[in-house]
Each structure stands twice: as C-alpha cells, then as structure tokens.
Ligand binder design. Structure first.
Ligand code: GLN
Length: 387
C-alpha cells in the first residue's frame, strides 16, 4: 500500500474536537470545544432566512461578496481606526481556521520557521507544518503569561519568516499590552518577519484590559497579516465565516491560496452576515457584558472546587490546575472527568510545547443554566484526591 505524506505524522488530530466526541459519548457537558450553546441575535437569524429566499445560491466572488467586504471594511475601521479598502485589503474565508492557513501559506516557503507562543491554539503548529514550515516556540509564563524578551530575541535570531500572535490568547486568556506588542513589532521589523495575528476574540476583552489591533500600530500594517472571524463575535461558529486583512500586495497572493483551497465562503451566509457587521456599538457592549457575567459565574463555580485556575483577561477559556487530583496524564484526567464527573474539558498538554500534565482547559461560552449545571457537577472534585 502506498504511504501517506510524512508531514502528517508531525501532528495529531485535533484534541479539542476529539474531546467533543468523548463528551458526546458520555453525555458530558461540553466545556471542551469553544462554541456557544445559545443562539445568535434574532435579527441575524432573520437575515439568514431572507438571504435564503434571495438570489445568493451560486458562488460569491472568490475573495468575498462585495456587499460583505464593504460592511466588513466599515466595521474594521470603526473599531481599529485602520482605513480599509474593501477591494484590495481583504479576503473572506471559511472561518478563522482557513484565514490562518491562508496567512501561513502566503507567508512561508518550505523550510521557513514560524515563531509560536506556547501555550498556543493547536491549529497553529499544524498550519505551519502543512505550509512546509517549522514552528519554533517561545513560552508564555504563568500567572500573567508574559514572555521573556531575551527568549523572543533568541527565537528571532533563528530568522523566522513569521510570528503568530493570538490576542486575546486561546487558551491562556492573555491580552497582550501595547508595550508587549511594540516589542514583538520591533523584533519583527528588525528581522523582517511577518506578524500573523489571530484576533477572533477582539470583542471579548475584560476591562481594564484593552484590545490593541496589531496592524494599527505605527509602521506595522505592511508586515501584519490579520486573521479574524465572525464566529465568536456573533455566536455563529457553524457559519464558517472569517477573513484575512493585510496590505494589498499580500492580499493579492493570499487570494490565490484561498481560491485554490476553497473557492469561497458560502454566498447566502455572507449576505446575511452584513446585518451583523452593521450592529451598533451597544451590541458589542452587551455582548461583552454577557461574557463578563459568564466568566464571573464560572470562576465562582471553580472556586468552590478548591482547584487553582487562571483568571482570563480576554476570550472565554480558563486553565484549571488539576495536580491535586493525582493523575499522571492530563488526557487520562480529561477522559475521567467527562465520564465520571460529566464535564468535558481539553487536556492542557495539547496547547503547550513544554511538558505539561496538570492543566485542563474549560470554556464558558455557555448559558447560565449550563454553567450552573457544570458547576454543580464540578463541585464533586472538592472531595476527590486520587493517587
Ligand atoms: N477555537 C475554539 C477552541 O479552541 C474552537 C476550536 C475549533 O474546533 N474550531 O475550542
């Protein structure tokens, strides 16, 4: 039998998506794969119904339906202050996932290196490897997940083609400060590297922290490839709608990657999503307030377990320290928790380059009653001390 490509042996299937299957098997509350169990705004669902009755059933323009790109450009400018040319600066993709893959394939030649902060969202390493590049890692250190500038300098000394910055970060919940981003930018400039950002949680940043758009930093637009998505901001992870925003010369190349990967994002979905992009500022304020209260509720539940955990500054993930439960492997702990406690999380080891076996990631993008039910189950952990 012929052998499949060797590059595929350098990474595993997604542990996050695997935990969703385990959660379903055990009927566990799924706090593993980060997606909401509540519906998007009613007006957005109505717009989808209208779009289904409209003339949007064939391919949209490969790099995005014009109406959608125009609305997107307005929305990006409204929040980041960056002027956006909808015709030259954007590629609409099938989710943030495709956006990241497009960015990586646009930036990297086979054999290039890409700096990835650890812990990291598991797609980045796979994206780099599928592009023929090699990820190199720089640790973010708890409790605030800051990086050591000397360590980052050493990574840049290896002449990487790009660095990936997930801000706010999944799974650490870290929001990078302007000064940290300027440090990254200065190094990227000195070594002429791209900065590929994943900003899908831009609207889930808990005060006093603030989101800084990397591409809006002085002199950074030309080297920034911003990846983003509508999934989290409008609670539509199943719509698979994302985008890449970058300088026109980069976008001209990115369009080619996107075109041959997927041709385009779904036409009726783009049409409907224009409604969301035009939501007023109050939508975003309420959206954030919703997540702030979910965060506070879920952290209260975690406090009741007696286990230590991180407090997210942004996004909707918490890393819980399960050392005291006495498992040798976090994968074993995560399975046990789904099966015996009835709550699924993701083993922390799938996010870290360093050997880490004492963390489980939970997310709290769930309705209050789901979080309360999960909290009730998790309370059992108070009395568990294995090993
Ligand atoms: N970004 C979400 C997470 O980290 C969802 C991942 C996915 O399956 N696309 O859980």
């Amino acid at each position: 039998m012929p052998k499949t490509a060797t590059r595929l042996s350098h990474f595993t299937e997604s542990v996050i998506r695997g935990m969703t299957r385990i959660a379903n098997r055990h009927g566990a509350i799924n706090l593993a794969q980060g997606f909401p169990d509540f519906d998007p705004p009613e007006t957005l669902v109505a717009a989808l119904e209208r779009a289904a009755r409209g003339p949007h059933h064939q391919y949209a323009v490969t790099w995005g339906a014009p109406r959608f790109r125009e609305a997107l450009a307005r929305k990006i400018t409204r929040f980041s202050g960056m002027p956006v040319n909808p015709d030259g600066d954007l590629v609409v993709t099938c989710g943030g996932t495709e956006a990241m893959m497009v960015a990586m394939m646009t930036a990297c030649n086979p054999g290039d290196r890409v700096v990835v902060f650890s812990p990291f969202y598991e797609n980045y390493a796979a994206d780099a490897i599928l592009s023929g590049a090699e990820p190199i890692y720089v640790p973010l250190r708890p409790p605030d997940f800051g990086f050591d500038v000397a360590e980052l300098e050493r990574a840049f000394a290896l002449k990487p083609k790009a660095i990936v910055v997930c801000n706010p970060s999944n799974p650490a919940g870290k929001v990078f400060t302007r000064s940290e981003l300027l440090t990254i930018g200065a190094l990227a400039e000195r070594h002429d590297a791209f900065v590929i950002t994943d900003e899908v949680y831009e609207h889930i940043v808990y005060p006093p922290h603030e989101h800084v758009y990397f591409g809006a930093l002085p002199g950074m637009f030309e080297r920034t490839i911003t990846c983003n998505s509508l999934s989290k901001t409008y609670s539509i992870t199943g719509w698979r709608l994302g985008y890449v925003h970058a300088a026109p010369s980069v976008i001209a190349q990115a369009r080619k990657v996107h075109d041959f990967l997927t041709i385009g994002a779904a036409a009726p979905i783009q049409e409907a999503a224009v409604t969301a992009l035009d939501y007023p500022d109050e939508y975003y304020a309420e959206f954030l307030e919703g997540y702030r209260s979910k965060r506070d509720l879920f952290l209260d539940h975690l406090r009741a377990t007696g286990l230590p955990f991180t407090t997210p500054q942004g996004a909707y993930y918490v890393l819980v320290d399960i050392s005291s439960l006495g498992f040798a492997k976090d994968t074993e702990a995560a399975e046990w928790m789904a099966r015996e406690v009835g709550v699924a999380g993701v083993p922390g080891s799938s996010f870290f380059r360093e050997p880490v076996d004492h963390l489980i990631r939970f997310h709290f993008a769930k309705r209050e009653e789901t979080l309360n039910a999960a909290g009730e189950r998790l309370r059992r952990l108070r009395d568990v001390r294995r090993g």
